[in-house]
Structures are given as C-alpha cells and as structure tokens.
Design a protein around this ligand. Structure first.
Ligand code: GAR
Length: 214
C-alpha cells in the first residue's frame, strides 16, 4: 500500500523502434535523481532487433516485442495497449517509435502519450527531419516534445529546445547536436507532465502560474 499522502510513482511505458538513445537518457535521468517520481515499467519495440531493446534487457528493464510489419495497425496497437495496461503504465513515451498510432490507441491514453521529434515543429515533420532542416537552410533548428494525436508529429507542444545551425555543420553534425538537446528535453517534458501543473487550451500547453507569495 502507498504511504498516506505520498504521490504514487508514475509508471512509464517507452516505445522504441531503433537505437534507443532517448530511452537511455530518460533512464539515466531517473537513475541520477534528475527525474523524480517516475519509473520505467516496460520498454516495447516494434522491431525485433532494435539496439535499444538489447540495452533495455541489459539494464534489467521489462521488455516486449510486437512486430508491426505486415500486421493490421489496429490489431498491433491493441496488443501494445494491452501490454501497457498489464504493466500498469500511466504515461506512454514514444522514443524513436516510427509508427502512426491508431485512434483507438490514442483514445486509450488521453493526453498520456508523448513523442519527441528532431525539429522545431510544425517545420519538418516526418522522416529525416534534421536532413530536411539542413537542406532547407534554416538557421535555427531543434527538437520538440509534444502530446500525440492522430496526426503525424502534430499534438500540443510541451516544450522545444533550439540551437543555431552553424556554417560548419553538415546534416550529421546538426543531427548530433539536436540529439543532445533531445536528451535534455524529454526528461524535462516528462517532469512537467507528471507535475500536473499545466492546462491545455486548444493546442496550447500552458504551465500554471506559481501562486504569488505577496
Ligand atoms: C530521435 O532523433 C527522435 O527524435 C526521432 O527518432 C530518433 C530516435 O533516436 N523521432 C522521430 O523522428 C519521430 N518522428 P533514438 O532511438 O536514439 O532515441
């Protein structure tokens, strides 16, 4: 039983498709005490040989694989949702999970699914966002953490981190510097959502004002 007055730990379900560096950054934030009141309940991949999955196993996290290839979206998403419920997940974090989610899945976790995208949305949604930004010639790039809705890289924005694009950059160096920002942004966004100190006004995520002490 939870001690009286103590807030229950928020259980994260992390969905990955590949490398898993954002998952590891979240795990490190928790381990190092920079992200409190949160634990990773399960790491789920839709790709059997995702390197992030192997790292999750090595670190002793519960893991699951649901191969999405060739399976109807609704059926696949229902299996993933069931697994998340089984692990009593409160907040779903897409961390390089390269799939659109079905409306049923999104409805099962209202405002409880976050995604990270390596651009300053709404610019450069979709694949290879960093290359898109580089090719477009933007001078400011960055990353976005947002709530997930039924559209690609689209829901209400929780936070963004921006960096200058340097004349010396190529798409690779730009992507690496954006990734370093992602690793800070995701834990911060999770902390903000877990705090509950916000409202959604239309598309706008707005932090609640601190009560004035005067
Ligand atoms: C990250 O750059 C993430 O922002 C991006 O995939 C990469 C996953 O890296 N996600 C998207 O583009 C979603 N539209 P990781 O597996 O090392 O976290």
């Amino acid at each position: 039983m939870e001690p009286e007055g103590q807030k229950r730990t928020t259980r994260l379900g992390i969905l990955i498709s590949g490398r898993g560096s954002n998952f590891l950054a979240i795990a490190n934030s928790i381990r190092e005490g920079r992200l409190n009141g949160v634990e990773i309940a399960v790491v789920i991949s839709n790709v059997a040989d995702a390197p992030g999955l192997e790292k999750a196993r090595e670190l002793g996290f519960a893991t699951a694989v649901f191969i999405s290839k060739g399976r109807p979206r609704a059926e696949h998403d229902a299996a993933v949702a069931a697994c998340l419920h089984e692990h009593r997940v409160d907040l779903v974090c897409l961390a390089g999970y390269m799939r659109l989610l079905s409306p049923e899945f999104i409805g099962a976790f209202p405002y409880r699914i976050l995604n990270i995208h390596p651009s300053l949305l709404p610019a450069f949604a979709g694949l290879e966002a960093q290359q898109q930004a580089f090719d477009y010639g933007v001078k400011i790039a960055g990353c976005t953490v947002h709530f997930v809705d039924e559209h690609l890289d689209h829901g209400a924005i929780i936070l963004q981190r921006a960096i200058p694009v340097l004349d010396s950059d190529d798409a690779h160096s730009l992507a690496a510097r954006i990734l370093a920002e992602e690793h800070i942004a995701y834990s911060e966004a999770i902390a903000r959502v877990v705090s509950g100190e916000y409202e959604i006004r239309g598309r706008r995520y707005v932090r609640r004002q601190e009560p004035s002490t005067r």
